[in-house]
Design a binder for this molecule. Structure first.
Ligand SMILES: [Zn+2]
Length: 71
């Protein structure tokens, strides 16, 4: 699966200043969209709920890494 690099400026607790943060994420392609669509229909929307919960949890965790200190 194709990986993309995302960058943002965030406050780093270890550096105690604003630094560049990076994270990689999987690009959701058309195939994955169709798979999710089929599974959503097949599970009468249950899959969509699971997907939303998973996306929310993933957004909360973030996975951002400080480019300066690596934390
Ligand atoms: Zn840092």
């Amino acid at each position: 699966m194709a990986k993309a690099l995302e960058q943002t400026i965030k406050h780093c607790r270890k550096c105690d200043r604003k630094t560049t943060h990076q994270r990689t994420y999987n690009k959701t392609g058309l195939v994955m969209f169709l798979v999710h669509l089929v599974l959503t229909v097949a599970t009468v929307g249950v899959w969509l709920l699971l997907l939303i919960v998973w996306k929310l949890l993933n957004a909360k965790i973030g996975g951002w890494i400080c480019a300066d200190c690596g934390k």
